[in-house]
Design a protein around this ligand. Structure first.
Ligand code: UDP
Length: 382
């Protein structure tokens, strides 16, 4: 197949990301599989990205992640500067068959505004959009611009303007799911793990209270706002409180973090992250938002760790209740489910992940969507 895709990862983190980085992890997972299928990939990212691709461009040399805590108009300014570079790139070359865009709102709006001369574009929705309809407003890229969700539930909740442009959804995948059923079984420890950004939607406060109630150790792994390490947050002083996730952590979570039963270890990466996840008794997702895609959910299954979660967002699509995890609509039931999760079979979690959530499955589905987007835009078949 001869197809060249400009993959727009945005300016926030390198691809692959150094640690935390949901969207960048998705791109780092997808691109090698696309290239294996014969797709040429031009990566639009920051200069520090190391993902092997066919060609690359960047506006910023380094990650702009820390700027995400600045006022919203400044955040948009950075996204717009990156997108202006992407548009210049698209005008200066004629080999791009399709843009696959991952930059929330600004990416889609800018690419749509290129008008009929712009290339066919697929924008992947990565967030819960029901709460942010204004971010997208009225989308008008004509027949050329389409969106896809990362779960059916995310699309169902999206504003009508987006759903009308949708070509379907693609569940997130992880390289950890490859040969997951043949990996050595790690020793299970006694801890629960919440892996993800510390944020009210992810519910670390609920998890911390639960851990104290049932007396089971809980590890919280993930950044608090832009702070990756406990020492970094401590050194930042009062200024850090400007970030809402920092305020949430300090006010709602930290009072339960005793360094013994409940620990915050900061951002974990690579083997450390995988070991923490694989050895956990269960992964906990006490969600308060409608989780749109849930990479960490899929990673947990791939490493043989059952999931205990509130049944929100994509969780019921990813987790087979009673087989790979336990779900409840009632936050108060989570503690009982944590105890019951010991009965679930880690190997079954890995087998399901290897069947449903491998990068090859995700890439195949995206190639189908690229074809659909190009057909709808009236360009040649692949
Ligand atoms: N992650 C990580 N280290 C951490 C916390 C998170 O590597 O300390 C990774 C996690 O493994 C997952 C991604 O960051 O790949 C988070 O994606 P997810 O879809 O779970 O959550 P999001 O933050 O995008 O809502």
């Amino acid at each position: 197949m001869s197809l060249t895709v400009l993959m727009n990862a945005g300016p926030w983190l390198s691809v692959p990301p150094p640690g935390y980085g949901g969207i960048e992890n998705v791109i780092a997972t997808l691109v090698p599989e696309l290239r294996r299928l014969g797709v040429r990939v031009v990566l639009a990212s920051v200069g520090s990205s190391t993902l092997p691709v066919d060609d690359r461009m960047s506006v910023f040399a380094d990650e702009q992640f820390a700027a995400l805590q600045r006022p919203y108009n400044q955040v948009c300014g950075i996204a717009q500067a990156h997108l202006a570079g992407v548009v210049r790139e698209l005008h200066s070359r004629d080999d791009i068959d399709l843009v696959h865009d991952h930059v929330e709102a600004v990416g889609l709006a800018t690419l749509a505004a290129m008008g009929p001369a712009g290339p066919p574009t697929l924008h992947t929705l990565h967030w819960d959009l029901a709460k942010h309809p204004a971010l997208y407003g009225s989308l008008d890229g004509g027949a050329r611009v389409r969106v896809n969700g990362v779960s059916a539930s995310q699309l169902a909740r999206a504003p009508l303007a987006l759903r009308e442009h949708s070509v379907g959804h693609v569940h997130l995948s992880t390289p950890l799911a490859v040969d997951a059923d043949r990996r050595p079984r790690p020793e299970k420890g006694g801890h629960l793990l919440i892996l993800g950004r510390i944020n009210p939607g992810k519910g670390q406060d609920v998890g911390a209270r639960l851990a104290h109630r049932v007396g089971i150790p809980l590890v919280l792994a993930g950044p608090v706002g832009p702070y990756h390490r406990p020492a970094e947050l401590a050194a930042a002083g009062d200024e850090a409180r400007q970030n809402p996730d920092v305020r949430f952590f300090l006010d709602e979570v930290a009072p339960h973090v005793d360094g013994d039963l409940v620990r915050w270890v900061g951002t974990v990466a690579g083997q450390e992250r995988d070991d923490l996840l694989a050895s956990a008794r269960a992964s906990l997702f006490p969600l308060r938002w409608e989780e749109p895609g849930g990479t960490a959910v899929v990673e947990s299954l791939a490493l043989g760790t059952p999931v205990v979660a509130t049944a929100r967002g994509c969780l019921p699509e990813l987790i087979e209740h009673g087989r790979t995890g336990l779900l409840t609509a009632d936050e108060d039931e989570l503690a009982d489910l944590v105890l019951a999760a010991d009965l679930l079979d880690p190997d079954e979690c890995r087998r399901v992940a290897a069947r449903r959530f491998t990068p090859a499955v995700m890439a195949q589905r995206y190639v189908e969507l690229y074809q659909r987007v190009r057909e709808l835009a009236g360009t040649t078949r692949l």
